[in-house]
Write a protein that binds this ligand. Structure first.
Ligand code: NAD
Ligand code: UD1
Length: 344
């Protein structure tokens, strides 16, 4: 059944793919985004791909109660909210923790207060695998302790705690989705990840090397206690992640008062940096020059999800392969060498 959904941060990487899935499911969407790290062009393309005009944009900041109220008024009635708007760069959070607490925590507080005012208490929240800190046992289950090691992760833990308290106070339906490493793009190559400046993350860096925009990949660390010495992560296709949001929201609409659904969203299969590089080479037929350099500060050796709870609670599991992640990410890079800027 079509619902009205408010999507904060809907123009971003994960948000844009999720908006597409929601439109394809027949939902109506209002996006609240200040374009701090995204472009309105993403939303234009989402509508084009969906063949739908059921998406309305409210440009504004999630920390601004007036902007959030405006988004609710524009929607008329909101059945549920997906809250992506936030910051995600670990290094930046170490350099500027107050900004991270303001955007991620204060933004979530302002949003939750507005939801309460507008009588909408159904929320899917973007959490992260980094809430587990530097774990020693794998795969990671949701009942393992949270042990954040930087301000970015600390802000996500704080929001999870606020949302837990709201659920205990009554009448909230919340899902905290702990994303592992989303990568790739929609298979059309029309929407994808559009980092500003030099990418921090592995996948966009690899696709920019493949495109000749950067000379070589620097692999951070070769002496981790992993089979080939490089870091292990649980990479999942962004379309699988987007679909998880659609399913989580549907699940919340069927639930009665309860604690938050806190779920890992990953594949359960960790891959090393070298495995990703070789997988990309195989999927595209290209060669990725690389050098092995020092570890990056703040990196942990390994993160790998136990995806069982998401399977049990949502009936969701990641379906797409590393080959599809590489092929689709590369298609996006080739079609949009400079992202959404100057090539529409
Ligand atoms: P993104 O930067 O592409 O998207 C975030 C969106 O929020 C952008 O469109 C940005 O313009 C918007 N935004 C930022 N601050 C805002 C504000 N104050 N008011 C309104 N809009 C604002 O990031 P993403 O990768 O799509 O991540 C989405 C969410 O998922 C974030 O909360 C992030 O912390 C979380 N997350 C991401 C990853 C990942 O690997 N990408 C992993 C775990 C969690
Ligand atoms: C990083 C953040 C994480 C955030 C996510 C999305 C850190 C420590 N973690 O996750 O909190 O949610 O991005 O923004 O920043 N790598 C290279 N060379 C590169 C880039 C990365 O070797 O140029 C390696 C890293 O050392 C790591 C792996 O590739 O082993 C994945 O890195 P990345 O894509 O940045 O993701 P995370 O560090 O897991």
């Amino acid at each position: 059944m079509g619902r009205r959904v408010l999507v904060t941060g809907g123009a971003g990487f994960i948000g844009s793919h999720t908006c597409l899935v929601l439109l394809e499911q027949g939902h109506e969407i209002v996006v609240l985004d200040n374009f701090d790290n995204s472009s309105p062009e993403a939303l234009r393309r989402v509508q084009e791909l969906a063949g739908s005009t059921q998406l309305t944009l409210v440009e504004g900041d999630v920390r601004d109660p007036k902007a959030v109220d405006q988004a609710f008024r524009t929607a008329g009635t909101v059945d549920g909210v997906i809250h992506f708007a936030g910051l995600k760069a670990v290094g930046e959070s170490v350099a500027n923790p107050l900004h991270y607490w303001d955007v991620n925590v204060n933004g979530s507080r302002v949003l939750a207060a507005a939801m309460d005012r507008h009588d909408c208490r159904t929320l899917v929240f973007s959490s992260t695998a980094t809430v587990y800190g530097e774990p020693q046992t794998f795969p990671l289950r949701e009942d393992m302790p949270m042990a954040p090691i930087h301000p970015y992760a600390q802000t996500k833990v704080a929001v999870e705690q606020i949302l837990g308290a709201l659920c205990r106070a009554g009448s909230w339906q919340v899902a905290c989705l702990r994303y592992f490493n989303p990568v790739g793009a929609h298979p059309s190559g029309q929407i994808g990840e559009d980092p500003m400046g030099t990418p921090n993350n592995l996948f966009p860096f690899i696709t920019q090397v493949a495109a000749g925009r950067r000379e070589r990949l620097r692999i951070f660390g070769q002496d981790y206690a992993t089979p080939d010495g490089t870091g292990i992560r649980d990479y999942l296709h962004v379309m699988d992640l987007a679909e998880a949001h659609g399913v989580a929201l549907d699940r919340l609409f069927q639930r009665q008062n309860a604690d938050p659904l806190t779920l890992n969203i990953g594949t359960g299969r960790g891959l090393s940096v070298l495995e990703v590089v070789h997988g990309f080479e195989q999927a595209t037929g290209l060669t990725i020059p690389y050098e092995l350099v020092e570890r990056r500060a703040g990196d942990v050796p390994r993160l790998e999800a136990c995806p069982q709870s998401a399977q049990t609670m949502l009936g969701w599991s990641a379906r797409r392969t590393l080959e599809e992640m590489c092929r689709d990410g590369w298609a996006w890079q080739q079609a949009n060498p400079t992202g959404y800027r100057n090539n529409s």
